[in-house]
Design a protein around this ligand. Structure first.
Ligand code: 8YV
Length: 317
């Protein structure tokens, strides 16, 4: 624990970069939960003082943690996805919640396009091919053309529509799956994910995590995507039935996948590493210095606003 006299007590389930931790240590009494040998005892020891939780998208704040903090006023999330935060528990107690939307749209969209290109043009495989010296003895296997393809985007919020904008330069046809059509979108809307999977060559998943989308990309959707189809997931590991995905990749029910998110991060299913038709990245959609600096600043601005009694910058609840 770092102590600053008479400063608000903030619990952190995980660390932020040092450029955020330094100003936070100055402004708050930080309780570093990730360093606690006994989490429950640590929370019990400090619960009476803790007014805010500063968490990360993948760490969240569950009902048990929220219930253990009687003075909790705010959960500030470093990330846009709040599926790991029990919003109902927060609302029931009038606990405010903030996240970091918009500042990461461009990065996540860039990585989605990057993963699509990497798998379709076999870039990671080509890198291994050259490094291994195999090129001296054989030609690199042919890849798959990207331009002219049909790209289906599952989830058409701020990041999904940014992905569509990025794709406007690739001479591809874009469709999207969402609950309701976007009146101002020129792209084809699909009310059925399986129907869009049937239509598209590349299925990009950028749906919000949570129970409503758990396993929505299932064996049926993967079969509809088909043996020349590619899946890109930059949303949450929970949006894909991971067992069905692994089987589809192993049996070539789909051609390949570019995956930035998984179940049980960071200790993901080891079967992914044995596949040669995937490109894997470590939940790094927002993982650039510029974006992470912007995210951290937004978290700190929300904390400052809350403790100063000013309106929150980016409230979720
Ligand atoms: C976060 C994310 O950067 O924004 C989200 O919801 O999943 C990521 O972009 C990550 O959770 C930060 O640790």
């Amino acid at each position: 624990m770092t102590t600053t006299p008479a400063s608000p007590h903030v619990l952190m389930p995980g660390t932020y970069p040092e450029w955020d931790m330094a100003p936070m240590r100055k402004a708050y009494t930080i309780h570093r939960l990730w360093e606690a040998a006994d989490r429950q005892a640590f929370i019990a020891e400090h619960a009476a003082d803790i007014r805010a939780v500063a968490t990360r998208g993948e760490l969240g704040a569950g009902a048990e943690l929220i219930a253990a903090l009687p003075k909790l006023e705010l959960v500030a999330c470093y990330g846009v996805g709040t599926d790991a935060i029990d919003l109902a528990a927060c609302r029931a107690r009038g606990i405010r919640v903030t996240n970091t939307p918009d500042v990461l749209n461009g990065d996540v969209a860039d990585l989605a396009v990057g993963l699509m290109l990497a798998v379709q043009r076999r870039i990671s495989e080509g890198d291994r091919f050259v490094r291994s010296g195999a090129w001296a003895d054989a030609a690199m296997p042919l890849a798959t053309r990207v331009f002219g393809q049909r790209i289906g985007i599952a989830g058409f919020g701020r990041i999904g529509s940014t992905i569509a904008r990025r794709l406007s330069g690739f001479d591809v046809e874009v469709g999207y799956f969402s609950r309701t059509p976007k009146a101002d979108s020129p792209h084809r809307h699909f009310a059925s994910l399986a129907a869009m999977a049937e239509w598209c060559d590349v299925l990009v998943v950028i749906l919000p995590g949570g129970e409503a989308t758990r396993g929505i990309v299932d064996a049926e959707v993967l079969r509809a995507l088909g043996p020349r189809g590619l899946l890109v997931n930059v949303s949450r590991g929970t949006t894909v039935d991971e067992g069905a995905l692994l089987q589809a990749l192993q049996t070539r029910t789909i051609a390949g996948a570019g995956l930035d998110v998984f179940l049980n991060e960071p200790r993901i299913d080891p079967r992914f590493a044995a596949l040669d038709n995937v490109v894997l990245t470590p939940h790094h959609g927002s993982g650039t210095e510029q974006t992470r600096r912007a995210m951290g600043e937004l978290v700190r601005r929300n904390l400052e606003a809350h403790f100063a009694g000013r309106p929150l910058i980016t409230p979720v609840a």
